[in-house]
Design a protein around this ligand. Structure first.
Ligand code: AMP
Ligand code: MG
Length: 495
């Protein structure tokens, strides 16, 4: 046994509290409200490892108490933070952590790759806060399972995201359309600061607080910029760059976020706040995953433009720090960054080593064909990995086989021009075209079992989604097209 194995593990041992050193306009100290009869649904051992946490300590009865909101006997001083935001394009005023409570910050001190990084450890659903407005501060089991699985699925796909460390169920009732039970998710992220955090102070004419929030983010995440004149410009440029890259990933993997309000946009450009998200089944650019989004503002095809809209809102919030003549050229970098990342991701999915200008037409023709033929987006790309040995298998996915042949001839010419051996291309394609994505019906299966107290499906899905490119013989049934009943699943903002 090593020394750290012997010490009883609690977060407070490793928590630092950078947030507390700032003037305290951003947050309130809050005490979580524990749930009754807490039970582990899942503990994410892969992430525990990445964070340098000892998994057996993490799964201890003491940690079950803490992670279910009972912090008595600890020295934790949790906080909730304020933010505002534009929801569905309209200024919504003050929002804030209505059901998120940050226990503290964990400094990674053991793993070499992330050594010294600081991560927020946050409970979602642990009771009311000063920002709960009229709501109950709770989260239901179904939406918590969806967030838990999706954040890990996204990470498995290499998409920047907040993470999920554990999920706890309880017997505490929660009242939505029906009576459901409360769950508590432990979300960890390098930052939970949103575009809306800056908007909050800007629209209150508190420019000093905008500045100190920006300084806080820079001190914590980009200390190398601290003494430079361009630090705020760098912060904005980084937000543009990272947001463009993340959304390019969403588009390439067929992910629809569902609620791209400015309060759901991370200043680090990571995917945050999983609500009514959805992955594309058959390719449809007009896909709207959120049944509450009547006008389709956040449809799949609108996401890149909405990303820029949100960055404009962030830029407005930073006008007291950065002159507008500097903001405009920064915002103009969004489109080229997005396009370049999207093109390189799509080229890789097609097995093309390097994007060429004429590939745009090839990609657009393919997407149009998939749309017309209702071809499953992820399955197509997985099958395409075998194109050179089983062209017929790919062809059979299309109703209009002749139209496919047309496209496939062009693709084949382009593919063969690469002068690389097909088997090595196949190997690299299998590493970027997932066999498993989190389809709504899979989450639904896990939810229905979990409501009955059986958490095996949550844990099976966690395992396969963390390694979505690998073969998982016990989960072969999740690698095909969704069953007919999947069409009936409707996901709204209710959570
Ligand atoms: P969301 O749509 O999840 O991004 O939430 C929008 C705002 O509503 C945020 O300020 C949340 O904290 C708040 N909120 C959502 N659900 C609840 C709840 N059950 N209790 C308190 N606040 C909530
Ligand atoms: Mg939110």
């Amino acid at each position: 046994m090593t020394k750290s194995d012997q010490s009883p593990f609690v977060f407070e041992n490793t928590f630092s509290r950078t947030f507390k050193t700032e003037d305290n306009v951003y947050f309130n100290e809050v005490t979580p409200a524990a749930v009754s009869d807490p039970e582990w649904v899942s503990v994410n051992l892969q992430l525990a490892d990445e964070l340098g946490l000892q998994s057996h300590n993490l799964q201890s009865p003491k940690m079950l108490k803490i992670m279910s909101g009972d912090i008595r006997g600890t020295s934790l001083k949790p906080i909730s933070v304020v933010y505002s935001g534009h929801q569905f394009g309209v200024w919504a005023g003050q929002l804030g952590d209505g059901r998120a409570i940050t226990l503290g910050e964990h400094r990674i001190n053991s793993t070499p790759t992330k050594y010294n990084e600081l991560w927020d450890v946050q409970l979602k659903g642990a009771g009311t806060t000063p920002y709960s407005r009229f709501a109950d501060g709770r989260a239901v089991l179904r939406s918590s399972i969806r967030e838990y699985l999706c954040s890990e699925a996204m990470n498995g796909l290499g998409i920047p995201t907040t993470r999920a460390l554990s999920l706890i169920s309880s017997s505490t009732p929660v009242y939505r359309d029906d009576v459901e039970s409360a769950a508590i998710l432990c979300r960890v992220a390098r930052s939970h600061i949103r575009f809306g955090s800056f908007e909050h102070f800007h629209y209150r004419n508190q420019s000093e607080s905008v500045r100190s929030l920006a300084d806080y983010v820079i001190t914590r995440h980009f200390p190398e910029w601290l003494d430079t004149e361009d630090r705020y410009i760098n912060l904005m440029s980084n937000a543009v760059l990272k947001t463009a890259e993340t959304i390019a990933h969403w588009q390439a993997e067929g992910f629809a976020h569902g609620v791209m309000n400015t309060d759901n946009m991370s200043i680090l450009g990571e995917t945050i706040d999983y609500g009514p998200f959805g992955f594309l089944d058959s390719y449809n650019p007009d896909f709207v995953c959120n049944s509450s989004d009547i006008n389709g503002r956040y449809s799949f095809k609108n996401q890149p433009a909405i990303g820029l809209w949100n960055l404009n809102a962030l830029a407005t919030a930073l006008t007291t720090l950065i002159p507008s003549e500097s903001l405009i050229p920064i915002l103009k970098t969004y489109e080229p960054v997005f396009l370049s990342r999207y093109r390189s991701l799509m080229s890789a999915k097609l097995g093309l080593q390097k994007y060429e200008d004429s590939d745009e037409e090839l990609i657009n023709r393919l997407l149009a064909l998939m749309n017309e033929n209702s071809v499953d987006y992820s399955l197509f790309f997985r099958k395409l990995c075998l194109f050179s040995e089983d062209r017929e298998g790919v062809r059979n996915m299309f109703m209009d086989r002749f139209a496919f042949d047309d496209w496939a001839d062009s693709y084949s010419d382009r593919f063969n021009r690469q002068d690389l051996d097909a088997s090595s291309i196949k190997r690299s394609m299998l590493k970027v075209n997932p066999k498993y994505i989190l389809r709504n019906y899979m989450a639904q299966n896990a939810i229905e079992k979990a409501i009955q107290g059986d958490y095996s499906e949550v844990n099976l899905l966690l395992e396969i989604l963390q390694k979505p490119y690998e073969e998982h013989p016990t989960a072969e049934h999740y690698a095909g097209i969704p069953p007919d009943w999947a069409d009936q699943i409707s996901v709204s903002c209710s959570s």
